[in-house]
Write a protein that binds this ligand. Sequence first.
Ligand code: FES
Length: 317
Amino acid sequence: MSQLQVKVASIQDVSAGVRHFTLVDAHGGELPAFSGGSHIVVTMPAPGRTYRNAYSLLSSPEDRAHYEIAVHRQPQSRGGSIYMHEEVKVGSVLDISYPVNLFALSRVAKHHLLIAGGIGITPFMAQIHDLERLGGDYSLHYGFRSREHAAFADALKGRVSQRAVCYDESLGQRMDFDALLRAQPLGTHVYACGPQGMVEALVSTARALGWPEHHIHSEQFLAPPVGEPFTLKLSKSELEITVQGDMSMLEALEAAGVDAPSLCRGGACGRCELEVLGTDGELQHHDHYLSDADKASGRKIMPCVSRAKCGYLELNL
Ligand code: FES
């Protein structure tokens, strides 16, 4: 994956557990263009292992002088978000990927309904820049646990208060997806980003109401779950690699120097799909890319988030 070098220009705590980083080109140039909904993958060279996490860009896509990301310190962090919170300082130089957009706004939507939960607000911050610039018709519904968890709520209030509705769960305020979706004009596209349960509830409500599949957009960056260690056997390169319990298969392949493709690193895009040749245990699928039939076949796996409960797993790699 091509890399850019950026320098951390500023760091700000914006809500409980959420830190906001402003990144500039390490060599003083302009950064590559992107569109609202894009993410970058940040490489974090921690002692003994390298973490790579995807973060949505939240700055204005028109501003090539800097990128902004926000990192939620995950309570169950395997190390990536802790690294960003504890090791990265103003002046630190980071390797990042070029921006990729897997959560792009539709060009034909009559109305854009943006549904954010918690840190899931970040891709919408950049999309709102695009919608404001292009005169797109949109509304934002943003839910959070309490005021102290409401990252960027004040900034949004200043910028787009007439289009944004906030839901503070600590006050008993909750989104009613059914009512919200039923109230939308024909030609609306809905976009959801946030906790898995929220996104799945929104998507299943939209489907149940008969929304066309291509009008429903969602994004989640799933963290790979931990598990028991096992051995990967690579049939083509004849390598055997141990996947530690707190490592994803993709991370283990990368640490061993294997050229394994990836894009979202969160089980969504399909880029990392690998063919399974055999195992003495069972596959544990955690992605939301493969179909149920693919998962049941036992022939495919997404190594960025899925793993196996086994002694060995053989891959056609
Ligand atoms: S990298 Fe996107 S699904 Fe694995």
